[in-house]
Design a protein around this ligand. Structure first.
Ligand SMILES: O=c1ccn([C@@H]2O[C@H](COP(=O)(O)O)[C@@H](O)[C@H]2O)c(=O)[nH]1
Length: 272
């Protein structure tokens, strides 16, 4: 998917919501556990109930890898279901990969070609040659961890190296890499006060923003400091939406939670 197609979808739906599909079998309704593939059935119901309110789904691969080969099959069925039924949706494999070049090429093939995701999250720690294999893919997007939502982000990411905070060096340096136009960045909603500085470096890049909902980040603050002229944000909530109810009404309740966020986003989009 091109960035322009993503922007058009945001304008059409008046939403920049990304719903995280982080399926934990201990948290889903019990009646689903009797089915052949409970993870896929859960995702399918959530997707059918929310696809018009969001522009993106983000399965975190850990929640699938944890269930071995069956988990990978559920992930594959989920992405195929989205691509077939809701092709306008921007899909994110939250896999946080990155390795020496030839290994990164294989990760890129796995997620972009075999699974056919639109994007993948990657860790910048191994540098340029670990990320450029992902950037080489046409109409695919590589989402670099810049300033993450967790407390541990302060251990390294905000530390200064030669007077500059590491997350700023990651952002500025990565902009010089080949095909840097295919980069997006992860910035946590819990770090809203940093968005103004980040926008000075990358005024137009898309930011994936996890951390509203269960982690307590504020959508309004993120938008105040982080919005670009084309919105430029994909704000993610996972647990806050998909686990709104453990009963038979789980999909309906997930829709209600997604709609609360989308209505807030609609007001924000309308002010542009
Ligand atoms: O900085 C980061 C990077 C990734 N995540 C991931 O996003 C979701 C958030 O889930 P919630 O349930 O809405 O808290 C999850 O998959 C994280 O691994 C993040 O939270 N922060």
């Amino acid at each position: 998917m091109t960035t322009q197609q993503l922007i058009e979808q945001i304008q059409r739906k008046k939403s920049f919501l990304c719903i995280g599909l982080d399926v934990d079998l201990t948290k889903i309704p019990e009646h689903l556990l009797q089915l052949e593939d409970p993870i896929f059935e859960f995702n399918k119901a959530i997707i059918d109930a929310t696809h018009d309110l969001c522009v993106s789904y983000k399965p975190n691969t850990a929640f699938y890898e944890a269930y071995g080969i069956k988990g990978w099959q559920s992930l594959q069925k989920t992405i195929q279901y989205i691509n077939k039924n809701y092709p306008e949706i921007f899909t994110i494999a939250d896999a946080k990969r990155g390795d020496i070049g030839n290994t990164s090429s294989m990760y890129a093939k796995a997620f972009f070609e075999d699974l056919n995701f639109d994007s993948i999250t990657v860790a910048p720690y191994m540098g340029k040659d670990s990320i450029e294999p992902f950037l080489a893919f046409h109409e695919k997007h590589t989402i670099l961890l810049a300033l993450t939502s967790n407390e541990g982000a302060f251990d390294f990411q905000t530390k200064k190296v030669e007077e500059i905070e590491l997350y700023k060096t990651v952002i500025a340096t990565s902009q010089s890499w080949h095909n840097a136009q295919n980069l997006m960045y992860v910035v946590g909603a819990t770090k809203a006060e940093y968005f103004r500085e980040i926008r000075k470096l990358i005024p137009d890049s898309f930011l994936l923003v996890p951390g509203v909902g269960a982690q307590g980040g504020s959508l309004q603050e993120v938008c105040n400091f982080g919005m670009s002229k084309n919105i430029g944000l994909l704000v993610n909530s996972s647990r806050g939406i998909i686990y709104a109810s453990k009963g038979a009404d789980f999909a309906e309740k997930a829709r209600e939670e997604a709609m609360k966020i989308q209505l807030e986003m609609q007001d924000i989009v309308n002010t542009l």
